[in-house]
Design a protein around this ligand. Structure first.
Ligand code: NAP
Ligand code: F7E
Length: 329
């Protein structure tokens, strides 16, 4: 009998890669989508005839209970969230409702319907914020620096708490930044690769960015969803850091992306204070030794390959577009 999985956030970057992976493994995949006035299925268009979509919302407890009751999944991947850090200062309450209480609602739905369902919670390296230790491990204390980071700390600990209180197989993956051609265009990697492609094709003549000195441990999303699945296949539920162990600055990202397209970044990049944050996370670098040892997980795509893949994808997407359009803000 095929295993059944529910994926919240299936329309997002990670949801689309995870759905592909689960389908390849023979799962029946149900994706949770919230009602919008226009569809946003561009990342899962190619999967629509192989997955089932069900309406539910992290803000609506009954909708979550209903979908869990109807599908009776073996595994539940909670990827849905308000995931853009700057927006969390604009909407701190809504961010908490999605990313903190939303997790509680998902866990409650599982507790009420069937405590045998295994659940993955999408935790984040943003929980480390002003880092207490370098590199960061599962034991590094948290010090979040944004309402987003704070909301994810709650989501992390409520997951641990439901595991310890009710014996639910609930795991939390502390994932460092992971990117792909499907990354939302407002995140810095995609903003840069989209900007490079526009400049190369004559569609834009500059790119405005914020803090070029911030450093991140960037990996490929396709590698990271494999780790999510592995976490739910273990004998015991536990939490894992998923990272490459290599960190680069935004400046290095910019250099790599522009030089891949044969451009000198210094001619085009302008710093713009509008993109600075009220509190910054300066430097993240993860130690995924536990995941390597216990899960046998290894990242396969290097930073340079990732940047090249994203620049090439944006060049391909935009080539043929002749109208001059503004850079992404
Ligand atoms: P993403 O592309 O922004 O996707 C977020 C998804 O959540 C979208 O499908 C979105 O649906 C859905 N969603 C938002 N609010 C919802 C609600 N109230 N009810 C139902 N669905 C809702 O994010 P991602 O990069 O794939 O990340 C997936 C998860 O991993 C998120 O929880 C994120 O915080 C976490 N994370 C990401 C990274 C990273 O580097 N990518 C690292 C660590 C942790 P719509 O399409 O309708 O907006
Ligand atoms: O910023 C700097 C910015 O928005 C990375 C989310 O998936 O990963 C992501 O959060 C860095 C920051 O990602 C611009 O100040 C400079 O230091 O791509 P980002 P993020 O904030 O690290 C974590 C792990 C998550 O969990 C989140 O959901 O880049 N930066 N100039 C800029 N960032 C943006 N967005 N735009 C700029 O112009």
């Amino acid at each position: 009998m095929a295993k059944r999985a529910i994926v919240t956030g299936i329309t997002g970057q990670d949801g689309s890669y995870l759905a592909e992976l689960l389908l390849d493994k023979g799962y029946e995949v149900t994706g949770v989508v919230r009602r919008l006035s226009a569809s946003n299925f561009w990342r899962i268009e190619h999967l629509l005839d192989r997955i089932t979509l069900r309406p539910a919302d992290l803000l609506d407890q009954l909708s979550l209970i209903r979908v869990v009751q109807d599908v009776r999944p073996h595994e539940f991947y909670n990827l849905a969230a308000m995931s853009f850090v700057p927006a969390s200062w604009d909407q701190p309450l809504l961010t908490g409702d999605f990313n903190s209480q939303g997790v509680t609602r998902v866990l409650e739905a599982i507790r009420q319907v069937d405590t045998g369902i295994r659940i993955y919670q999408a935790s984040s390296s943003e929980m480390y914020g002003r880092v207490r230790e370098v590199p960061q491990t599962e034991l590094t204390p948290f010090y979040p620096r944004s309402p987003y980071g704070v909301s994810k700390v709650f989501g992390h600990y409520i997951t641990v708490n439901y595991r310890e209180s009710y014996g639910i197989f609930a795991v939390s993956g502390i994932l460092f930044n992971h990117e792909s051609p499907r990354r939302g265009i407002e995140f810095v990697t995609r903003k840069v690769t989209d900007g490079v492609a526009r400049i190369k094709l004559g569609l834009a003549d500059s790119l405005g960015l914020g803090n070029l000195e911030a450093c991140r441990d960037w990996g490929f999303a396709g590698d990271y969803v494999r780790a999510m699945w592995l976490m739910l296949q273990q004998d015991t539920a536990d939490d894992y850091v998923i990272a490459t162990g290599v960190s680069h600055s935004v400046r290095q990202l910019v250099e790599s992306a522009f030089s891949h397209a044969g451009l000198d970044w210094q001619k085009y990049v302008k710093t713009d204070p509008a993109f600075l944050r009220p509190a910054e996370v300066d430097h993240l670098i993860g130690d995924a030794s536990k995941a390597r040892k216990v899960l046998g997980w290894e990242p396969e795509v290097s930073f340079d390959k990732l940047v090249a893949m994203m620049v090439d994808a944006d060049l391909e997407r935009l080539s043929g577009q002749t109208r001059r359009v503004g850079a992404v803000r």
